[in-house]
Design a protein around this ligand. Structure first.
Ligand code: CDP
Length: 236
């Protein structure tokens, strides 16, 4: 990017396994921006519920949420996620946490708290003249509807299931393709149908189907959108 480029907010939304996290992380690296994985924050809350024995997040008393302190700390090659000061970046990737995250994400109190935290983290960066790449489900629609670049990533369910199974294998989770596929389908359905901030493409987001794209191609596509945006806006 030219030295005069402005600090942008880049919003990357889409369903599970569409390539959001990898794309967002690499775009942030290339631009020297902060990367904020908002899904990791929902996962951390879910882990908090799970560890306290609340397998049904709706059954937890409202005050319990107040005891959960979720932190996102920039780190080499991405970000680390903290729960009450403990690094839970690995633990939140367990399949049990994925399922519970989307159930916890239905709760308005959970969303309100995390959206506020996400806005604060991003605004602090922007104040320092640094851009932010956020990935999630509601970034372009709710968290930052005014984002400079909005991308909605999609991919065929079978492609997403294969990718997610491979990622799991790399972490030592050997699950069948059918099981991974069913989990994604279940989570997509819940994320799309919830009353508050459902997963949907913002009207002004660019739709990118990653089914046949490599990570490099996805990253380049988003970088091109950012460069176009930088050319069309005066420096902030
Ligand atoms: O990485 P993956 O796509 O599997 O999921 P994630 O981004 O880590 O998000 C886990 C869950 O958190 C999702 O299934 C959503 O229910 C929820 N989530 C959300 O509601 N809003 C966000 N901005 C990010 C995640």
């Amino acid at each position: 990017m030219p030295p005069s480029s402005s600090a942008l907010i880049i919003a990357i939304d889409g369903p599970a396994g569409s390539g959001k996290s990898t794309t967002a992380r690499r775009v942030a690296e290339r631009l020297g921006y902060l990367y904020l994985d908002t899904g990791a924050m929902y996962r951390a809350v879910a882990l908090g519920f799970l560890e306290a024995g609340y397998e049904d997040p709706e059954a937890a008393p409202a005050a319990f949420l107040e005891t959960l302190d979720v932190g996102a700390v920039p780190a080499e090659g991405g970000m680390r996620t903290l729960l009450n000061g403990r690094d839970v970046s690995e633990a939140i990737r367990e399949p049990a946490v994925s399922a519970l995250a989307s159930r916890a994400a239905v709760l308005p109190a959970v969303r309100q708290r995390l959206v506020e935290a996400q806005r604060q983290i991003a605004r602090r960066q922007l104040e320092q003249g640094r851009g932010v790449v956020l990935d999630g489900r509601d970034i372009g629609t709710v968290v930052f509807p005014e984002a400079d670049v909005k991308v909605f990533l999609v991919a065929d369910l079978d492609v997403r299931a294969r990718r997610r199974r491979q990622e799991g294998l790399a972490r030592g989770q050997d699950r069948s393709l059918a099981e991974v596929r069913a989990e994604l389908q279940d989570r997509d359905a819940r994320d799309q149908s919830r009353a508050v901030a459902p997963l949907r493409k913002a009207d002004d987001a660019v739709l990118l189907d990653t089914s046949g794209l490599s990570i490099d191609e996805q990253v380049e596509a988003v970088l091109r959108l950012a460069a176009e945006r930088n050319l069309s806006t005066p420096v902030k």
